[in-house]
Structure formats: C-alpha cells, structure tokens
Design a protein around this ligand. Structure first.
Ligand code: HAM
Length: 423
C-alpha cells in the first residue's frame, strides 16, 4: 500500500528547493553582514525546555507540541520553535564568556500540531535571530529593523509592522489583574477558550480573533497605561530609533503574542498578500528567559519568521524553476558510453559547466527528448559510426546547426563557446 507524507508536512521537490536555497543563501549573507553567527541545534529537545519557556498554558505547548516518552524514560519533543533551544545552547556553551552580546541566527524546521491550512503547516521552517546580552532599546531597533529589512529588500509589498510593549513580568501581572477586573463584567459573553484563559492566562484573551470578543477587548484598558516610567522610556526610545531608521510601524496595545516569555517590546510583521495566516514574522524581548533556564540574569530579544510564508509572499510557492543544462551527451553502444562518461567528466572538471548524459540506454529519439526536456543548450551525439571515426557531433539546440569534432579535443569547443559568453 502507498504511504504518503504526514498531514501538514510537505516535501520540497525539484525546482522548489532551488528557490529555497537561493533565499537561504541570501539570508546567510544578510545575517553575516550584521555580525550574527549561525547555530544549528537538535530538532529534538527535552519537552521540559518548552514547557518551562513557552508556558504550560499556551496553545503551542498545551495542544500542539509533538512529545513522547523515549525508551530511556525521558519525555522528548520536536521543537515547536527555536528560541528556547538557542537559549539552552547559549547557557550550555557559556556564550556569555565569548562576547558581551551573543548574536545568533538559525534556519531550520519547527513542528506544531496545528490545524493545517494555507500558510499553516505542521512542519514549517523558521529563520530568525536572537541577540542575547543587551537590555538597551538600540538592540530592539536593530532586531526589528533587520526583520523588516529582509522583507523590504525582497520587495514584499503591503508590509505592516506592529509593535507593543507588555512591560516587565511585574507589569504583566499588574495588568492581568486590571484586565480580569474589566472582563469580569463580560464573562458570560466570552468563548470557552477565553473563559479558560481568564483563569489561567488572561493576557492571551487580547489575542482572540472572535468578532464578538473583539468589541469587548477593544474597550479594555490598555497595557501601555500599566507601564512604569522606565518601561515607557524604553518603548519611546525604540520608536525614536525606528523613526530614524525609516521603518514604518503601528502601535497595537493588544499585541501580546502566543508565547509567555515576552517582556517589554513585542512585534509582528504582517502582509495581506498571503491570506488569513498573515504573520510573516514575530518576536520580542524576553529578559527573564536566560535566568529561568538556569543561566545568569541576561536580557535578550529576537524574532522568527516562517520560510513558507516568505516563499508564498514572493509568489515562489507555485513557481518551479526551469531546468537548464549546458550540454547533454547522447550515446549508443559500450564504446560510446565509455566516451560519454569521460567527456562529461572533462567538461565538468575543466570547465565547470552543467553536463548530463543518458542513463536509460534509450533510443536516439528518446535521448534527444530528454535533452529537450532539460533545456540543453548543446548535445553531443556519440553514435557507433562516430566512435569508429573517433569523432562526436556537436549540435546547437537553438539553431539546429551541427558539426563534427575529434573526440579527444571535443571539450575545447565548449571552452571557446563559454569564454565567448564571458566577454
Ligand atoms: P511565532 O510567532 O510562534 O514566534 O512564530 C514565528 C513565525 O513562524 C510566524 O510569524 C510564522 O511566520 C511562522 N509560523 C509559526 N507557526 C507556523 C505554522 N504552523 N506554519 C507555518 N508558519 C508558521 C516564535 O516562534 C518565537 N520563537 C519568535 C521569537 C524569536 N521571539 C523571540 N525570538
């Protein structure tokens, strides 16, 4: 019986991967010129890492995390995000000793058992950065502007950057009480999920997409009014720096985000062009996380973005890159095959051009069809007759022109052609 891939987890095949690797190499370069170093952490971690960091009451941990007990009795999980692993790694490798601020970036898969839909998978790729070590607003500005500039540089339109500040843990707690007091008049109108959140995690009610609830939430006291003077100053300075960097933004005092670790600045970048799952990226400060995981008290901020959503915003999700090769070698008979292998080798090694040959031992006609499918610029034809005379036929596919060349120097014709192209 046929076995298909798991729902919400997709193969990237053929030309698709080419688009991905191109974007990835652009990202590697972008992060590198900003002084960020790549880290690759394991896909599997102890589940406790995420329970502790993201929060037991969040959807990500509560409902969506793939976790299981392994043969040794440990409870393990497929990472639902990469911030917690990055911080775990930062502490484990004493990265605070290397630099005042550790600047890390990652590109890799994450897993959440969400209901799959357009822009939402169960395995998706995230790229992102974590700047661990600075509490200052200029660090917020760097991280937010980097997140924004990637999309802007790639020409994505309709970008909306939304920012907010949720204050320190203490402020969050103070505001939770204020919010609960306000919501207590509307408990009967809240959905079951929000009723549950009212008891466990009231801030998350602000995230509700429920229309009826939104009217209630819109009139709730703003979290920004609960910030103390230092927190207000931090948020004002972040805005001032973003203004200076010409990064446009809107303030949304309901942006609390779906992970519990945030303190002070939170932000999201959205675009209308990708449908209802419109968040291209999200991030914020998490000043307590390093300590919470057993490290020193070190402030940090970062963001992560979904690769699939970026690819979709660039309209590359349906576009499969055309195959194109320089030379296809057609051969018939053992001697011809031997020569074909040798010619392919020489052309690749000496000229670095893209060369393929037939491996199906098909007829000339079917080999020519392959060459056409692969958009070959040239074919080299090695028939039994040609091999006897120690020649091969070079055919230019666009014009149909063809001529014979001695086998031992046949590669030189391509050298001339390609050095002509370079001029
Ligand atoms: P997040 O908002 O959960 O934040 O995810 C970041 C981005 O990952 C989203 O904006 C979206 O583009 C993409 N994403 C999330 N879930 C899915 C999904 N099921 N399918 C496709 N794409 C998805 C975080 O993960 C935090 N770790 C961000 C962060 C880094 N905060 C501080 N540092």
């Amino acid at each position: 019986m046929k076995i298909n891939s798991i729902k919400g987890m997709h193969d990237l095949i053929f030309g698709q991967t080419k688009n991905w690797t191109q974007i990835e190499s652009l990202l590697h370069n972008f992060f590198d010129i900003h002084g960020y170093n790549e880290i690759r952490t394991p896909i599997v971690e102890k589940a406790e890492l995420f329970n502790r960091v993201i929060g037991d009451e969040t959807d990500i941990v509560n409902k969506e995390m793939y976790s299981w007990q392994d043969q040794g009795g440990d409870i393990l999980a497929l990472r639902p995000e990469l911030t917690a692993p990055a911080v775990r790694s930062y502490i484990e490798h004493n990265m605070d000793k290397l630099n005042k601020v550790a600047k890390l970036y990652y590109i890799g898969p994450a897993f959440r058992r969400e209901r799959p839909q357009k822009g939402r998978q169960r395995q998706f790729y995230q790229y992102g950065i974590e700047a661990i070590g600075s509490e200052h607003p200029e660090q917020d500005a760097e991280v937010i502007s980097m997140a924004y500039n990637i999309f802007d540089m790639l020409g994505i339109e309709d970008l909306e950057l939304v920012i907010n500040s949720v204050g320190s843990q203490k402020t969050k707690e103070k505001y939770s009480t204020i919010l609960k007091e306000y919501l207590s008049d509307y408990i009967g109108d809240l959905s079951d999920t929000s009723k549950q959140r009212y008891a466990n995690n009231p801030l998350r009610i602000l995230d509700s997409k429920n229309k009826q609830e939104q009217n209630i939430i819109n009139n709730a006291p703003s979290i920004l009014e609960s910030l103390n003077d230092l927190e207000k100053k931090h948020f004002d300075q972040v805005q001032r720096f973003l203004d200076k960097l010409n990064i446009p933004y809107n303030i949304d005092n309901q942006l609390v985000r779906g992970l519990d670790y945030y303190t002070l600045t939170t932000f999201e970048i959205r675009t209308q062009s990708i449908g209802s799952q419109d968040a291209l990226c999200g991030g914020g400060r998490y000043n307590n996380l390093v300590q919470q995981l057993g490290g020193h008290s070190v402030p940090a901020i970062g963001f992560a973005a979904g690769m699939e959503r970026l690819i979709m915003a660039l309209n590359l999700d349906r576009q499969v890159e055309d195959l194109k090769i320089n030379v296809f070698v057609i051969s018939a008979g053992d001697d011809a095959i031997t020569n074909a292998l040798k010619i392919c080798d020489t052309l690749r090694n000496q000229l670095g051009i893209k060369v393929m040959m037939d491996f199906s031992r098909g007829s000339f006609k079917s080999q020519m069809r392959q060459a056409n499918k692969l958009n070959a610029e040239y074919v080299i034809i090695l028939g039994e007759e040609e091999i006897k005379r120690k020649v091969g036929v070079i055919k230019t596919m666009s014009s149909g022109e063809q001529f014979e060349a001695p086998l031992d120097t046949i590669h030189k014709h391509f050298d001339v052609e390609h050095s002509k192209d370079d001029q």
